[in-house]
Design a protein around this ligand. Structure first.
Ligand SMILES: NC(=O)c1ccc[n+]([C@@H]2O[C@H](COP(=O)([O-])OP(=O)(O)OC[C@H]3O[C@@H](n4cnc5c(N)ncnc54)[C@H](OP(=O)(O)O)[C@@H]3O)[C@@H](O)[C@H]2O)c1
Length: 357
């Protein structure tokens, strides 16, 4: 049994914020206590401030909550603050929350490269929490700390890569082409006249994020838990496209192994058998299977498979030999669940079980 923690959501009206609202409704560890957004929304009831775009109903208990300005004082009673803030404002706002000794789990890119801040995917590297005592020392914090989660496309990629790295050692090279959903750009996102009947072969900053973040996430915490050791061996090349899919990012991936090339069946087995700490700790949102491996030749597909395990699992299919690299496959992940809000929530569940909260 866990005493329910009071939580806040910053950026509560956005694409990620709405997913937080849904995932936190009826959560066994967390109870929504405060919601925040811009001055355009502050002072309004949540139901009037947000344009609700989810297929599930807006939970009753949230409808009349008053949206706050994103100031630490309004969230002082929160044990945890989840941030789905726009990156243009997240840096300054999250810094003020941390300065006030609050715990922040952020989806924004601003502090992912910070040398004492974990960049955490809950199906991969929750051991990076080990750096938190050092982070608190460096930032002069007593109970507060900051954890970021990865770019949504990076998240869907690193889970199968971690399964392969654990089983076969560090990879030499990864080539990935993504087909990303429009909800990944927030609301209203790409204009309909740009995305219908079309593929947009550019998402600003996305390829650089995938190419850099992978090395930090797949890396380790050093022996005295004061720094992250990135995986330098694995070179990543990414091409990102936006496609007319509502939710669910697809990634077509080719990998070259550092050691001997495993067979297709060995690769599938490594992914099927893969398990991670958030599962072992019994966290309520952890999927039973971190990776579902399909045998059907036309799966995974976003509309059919993105909600597998509530959107917390990664689906992999079409595992086969690659004539240029070693092995290729297709991965699918829900960009606002395991790719964003769900990632923060599962990371925070791990923090609860580890006694950090
Ligand atoms: N969408 C995804 O799949 C995804 C995945 C991973 C990470 N992310 C990251 O998560 C963050 C949120 O993305 P999103 O897609 O949810 O964006 P979004 O739909 O555009 O929502 C942005 C949120 O930020 C708030 N905001 C904007 N300016 C503000 C200000 N000056 N002060 C306080 N709040 C302000 C907005 O409130 P108002 O409604 O009041 O304007 C809204 O709640 C971004 O950093 C994004 O890169 C997104």
């Amino acid at each position: 049994m866990v005493d329910q923690k009071k939580v806040g959501v910053l950026g509560c009206t956005g694409s990620v914020g709405q997913r937080f609202i849904l995932l936190l409704s009826q959560h066994p560890y967390f109870k929504l206590h405060a919601v925040g957004a811009s001055s355009r929304s502050a002072g309004k009831k949540y139901k009037d401030a947000t344009r609700w775009k989810q297929s599930q109903q807006l939970p009753e208990e949230v409808k009349d909550m008053i949206v706050q300005e994103c100031k630490a004082a309004a969230f002082a009673e929160c044990d945890v603050v989840f941030s789905g803030l726009d990156a243009d404002v997240a840096g300054e706002i999250e810094a003020e929350f941390i300065k006030n000794d609050l715990v922040v789990f952020s989806n924004a890119k601003n502090y992912r490269r910070d040398p004492v801040t974990p960049l955490m995917v809950p199906l991969v590297n929750t051991n990076h929490f080990d750096i938190i005592p050092h982070q608190r020392n460096v930032k002069g914090l007593n109970k507060g700390f900051l954890v970021t989660n990865a770019n949504c496309s990076t998240t869907g990629l690193v889970v199968p890569l971690k399964a392969l790295q654990d089983k076969f050692g560090p990879l030499d090279a990864v080539m990935v082409t993504t087909l990303q959903a429009i909800s990944g750009g927030g609301y209203p996102g790409v204009p309909s006249m740009d995305i219908l009947d079309n593929v947009v072969p550019f998402i600003g900053g996305e390829e650089e994020k995938i190419e850099w973040e992978t090395g930090k996430i797949l890396g380790a915490v050093n022996a005295d838990a004061t720094a992250f050791t990135h995986v330098e061996q694995t070179k990543v090349s990414a091409q990102c496209t936006r496609v007319a899919v509502m939710d669910g990012h697809t990634a077509c991936v080719s990998v070259k192994f550092g050691g001997a090339k495993p067979t297709v069946e060995e690769v599938k087995a490594a992914m099927r058998e893969y398990s991670c700490e958030s599962q072992a700790l019994g966290c309520p949102s952890a999927p039973k299977m971190a990776i579902k491996v399909f045998e059907e030749e036309d799966r995974p597909q976003p509309r059919l498979d993105r909600d597998l395990e509530g959107g917390y699992a990664v689906s992999v299919g079409r595992v086969r030999e690659d004539p240029v690299f070693d092995i290729k496959f297709v991965a699918l992940s829900h960009n606002t669940v395991i790719g964003a809000a769900g990632s923060s929530i599962l990371n925070a569940e791990v923090a609860v079980v580890k006694g950090l909260l």
